[in-house]
Design a protein around this ligand. Structure first.
Ligand SMILES: Cc1cc2nc3c(=O)[nH]c(=O)nc-3n(C[C@H](O)[C@H](O)[C@H](O)COP(=O)(O)OP(=O)(O)OC[C@H]3O[C@@H](n4cnc5c(N)ncnc54)[C@H](O)[C@@H]3O)c2cc1C
Length: 345
């Protein structure tokens, strides 16, 4: 479908560039490549995205036997490449999107060069805020987690802590009480930021204990977490908690800096998309956690990626197909003339 028009200085014009190789980007790439689009996936700093650091994925439909995050990433990579998507191990450092209403050619710059395409799928994901204390990085996936929904079930009858005092921290603490023997919420202040209903539920849960005015200084353990060292924020006092799980919920942010001023975003910098995963720039789509402050799961990201891949295929087909005068007339009065055929599965 690509015209592959190339000049001496410039790379060919692809059909689609996918920014990011997490579940959303890989799913989008799969649908695009299977639709025979010339698809380039720019992998970014982490092949496979956040799921690459999960120790076991057991809530993705159909995979009910032991499956580690890295194994899932390998499956995703092989799958998209089998259908012709190309993986480029580089990172996007700049973008130039053509905002013309009729669509244009978009440029994406990486350390290794600039790539061009008629459409772009933005799936650069999101990142959890880190505590930045010793032990956190080394023990991530070995007791340190940023996702209770994902990892909670591995902590049956364990003593765990939750760090944070907002809605996510309370939701995740409540979720963890289904599995853990005890859940201590460690919060730097002496009151929560979470909404009143969540607070009430957390305060009335017998398994949850609150440790106020306290911060984590170090996460310790040989190969897996077995304790944390703490200090008080209101007086000179240090302490130690023997726990096997540390769930950190001090914030989450979309990796959307690159797109500031170009793509419309909400007040928390999540890219705004419509139900077709379209951004405000024609031919530029977004999916997964960069555009989703709510669901944040592999399954939901894969679903949004699939939608973006299908939508891009429809968009490019629309550009390529000569419009009938009836279609032009319908579009002129704001009626979507696109046939509602389901895409080939
Ligand atoms: C520790 C952990 C465990 C988890 N476990 C589970 C689980 O068991 N089940 C579950 O359903 N969910 C789990 N999740 C959540 C799940 O991983 C995410 O919902 C999912 O990965 C989001 O997919 P995504 O593709 O939108 O974004 P991400 O996974 O964040 O992927 C983003 C991609 O964009 C790339 N990127 C970023 N910046 C750039 C750039 N400048 N240029 C190019 N590429 C870029 C990254 O390299 C990455 O490939 C877990 C999350 C974490 C952190």
């Amino acid at each position: 479908m690509s015209d592959n028009g190339t000049s001496e200085e410039q790379t060919p014009i692809r059909d689609v560039i996918v920014i990011g190789s997490g579940p959303a980007g890989m799913s989008a790439a799969l649908y695009a490549a299977r639709a025979n689009l010339d698809t380039l996936v720019i992998v970014g700093p982490q092949l496979g995205g956040q799921v690459a650091i999960t120790w076991e994925l057991d809530n993705y439909l159909g995979f009910y036997e032991d499956l580690t995050g890295p194994e899932f990433v390998e499956h995703m990579s092989k799958h998209v490449q089998k259908f012709g998507a190309e993986l480029l191990y580089d990172m996007v450092t700049g973008i130039e999107f053509d905002t013309a209403p009729e669509g244009g050619v978009h440029s994406v710059t990486c350390y290794g060069g600039t790539y061009r395409a008629r459409s772009v799928i933005v799936s650069a994901g999101a990142s959890s805020r880190k505590l930045g204390v010793p032990g956190e990085e080394e023990l991530t996936g070995k007791g340190v987690s940023y996702c209770a929904t994902c990892d909670g079930a591995f902590f049956k009858e364990h003593d765990v802590i939750v760090v944070g005092g907002g809605d996510s921290a309370m939701e995740e603490a409540l979720f963890l009480t289904r599995f853990a023997k005890s859940v201590k919420v460690v919060h730097r202040r002496e009151e929560l930021r979470a909404g009143p209903l969540l607070q009430e539920r957390a305060f009335s849960n017998e398994k949850i204990e609150f440790i106020w005015n306290t911060v984590i200084d170090k996460i310790g353990g040989e190969g897996k977490v077995d304790h944390v060292l703490t200090s008080r924020t209101d007086r000179e006092e240090t302490g130690r908690l023997d726990v096997t799980g540390v769930f950190i919920f001090i914030g989450h942010f979309p990796n959307s800096d690159l797109f500031q001023g170009v793509l419309e975003m909400d007040e928390h910098n999540y890219v705004i998309v419509d139900e077709h995963m379209r951004t405000n720039v024609p031919g530029v789509y977004a999916c997964g956690e960069i555009a989703d402050p709510v669901w944040r799961q592999v399954a939901t990201s894969v679903g949004q990626g699939a939608a973006a891949g299908i939508a891009v295929e429809e968009y490019l087909s629309g550009l390529d197909a000569p419009r009938t005068s009836a279609e032009a007339e319908l579009e002129g009065v704001g009626i979507d003339a696109t046939p509602e055929d389901a895409p080939a599965g």
